[in-house]
Design a protein around this ligand. Sequence first.
Ligand code: SAM
Length: 286
Amino acid sequence: MELWYTENHTEESKFSIKVEKQLYSAQTNFQRIDVFESKEFGKFFTLDGLIMVTEKDEFIYHDMIVHIPMASNSNIKNVLVIGGGDGGTVRELTRYKTIEKIDMVEIDEQVVEVCKKYFPSTTSGLSDKRVSLYFQDGLKFVRDAKEGEYDLIIVDSTDPFGPGEGLFTREFYGNCHKALSKDGILVNQHECPYYSDYAYNMQRAHRNIYETFNIAKVYQAHIPTYPSGHWLFGFASKTIDPIKDLKEEEWLKHNLDTKYYNLDIHKGCFALPTYVKKLLEQSHHE
Ligand code: SAM
């Protein structure tokens, strides 16, 4: 008998992974968590039936959400991660000796517990002395943050429904703007442009960020297990442009061995397909 994990990417299309066994399943106060073992992608976990992390391709997402902002501003000392319960984003951040403080705010403590048990490779940075974990709603946490407290805010959230919904709103981005220092950067996972439901959410998020920040750019990566495999990230700042302000020499001095990110990718990933540019431009006028 064969066992397959299947996820609806749209009403009319599905994505499947052959599963060796299911390792865990639970309903938390916020969402359903499932952990599976597969030959192709290694272990992977889902929240409410959507893939969050697979052992095989998580490096792409985590490289791109962390190293793009870190190479754009070499003075990042205080960082806030919202969501990110699998720990992959914090793991990449802890590789920078120049970072002094990392606060991670995750709404669902059970995600962290489950990931510590099944994904030691992504949670390895959570025990770093500079990391503080807060289990609460990121929306409220940012509302209460001090003005200019963070140099980088990374929104490593689920999609904009359920607990992640508030993390795509104008109010939230406004509070992030306030909590960021003068040269601060906001990076968020920005959904997929290819399928219309995702593209709609992407446009809504982009419009809210564009209306809040002087600089609002979008960059892309290929993530095989996310819907359509084509994923976007948002880069926003009051002052920093990720291409003009790229600190090549400074970044190389960190001497980091990265598997997806490199300086060519940094410069290339902001070049977007025409249909994506059009979707983004449309959202400016809605
Ligand atoms: N890489 C992932 C992706 O895009 O598929 C995101 C992974 S990470 C597991 C997302 C985390 O965001 C989840 O653990 C979820 O509990 C957390 N989250 C969702 N809404 C949140 C909120 N309002 N405040 C803090 N954390 C939140």
